[in-house]
Design a protein. Structure first.
Length: 100
């Protein structure tokens, strides 16, 4: 009985997470007002400054932390890499040793 409950909770969690996934970006690959399409370097920069732009975007609707006029996968990779650089990724816990 416990296995069935755990399995149902797991399925419900997966469905809830999948329902939060965003749809396709219709503006990907199209230039913005300046005529540029953000690539890897802009994605990396936007990821690095994400904490600041996120806080500003809460108060100023003209500021967005993510550029929708991007080239797709490379921009997304740069953005995630930039966020990992700022927040340390998973490497911060690797060199901590347990004290017993």
């Amino acid at each position: 009985m416990k296995t069935v409950v755990v399995a149902l909770c797991l399925v419900a969690s997966c469905l809830a997470l999948a329902s939060c996934a965003p749809g396709p970006n219709d503006l990907a690959g199209t230039p913005d007002a300046r005529g540029t399409v953000a690539g890897f370097r802009f994605g990396l920069w936007h990821g690095i400054i994400f904490p600041v732009t996120f806080i500003i975007s809460l108060f100023n609707h003209a500021v967005q932390p993510y550029d929708v006029h991007n080239n797709g996968s490379l921009y997304n990779f740069g953005f995630i890499l930039g966020v990992c650089i700022v927040f340390g990724g998973g490497a911060g816990g690797a060199n901590r040793s347990r004290r017993r």
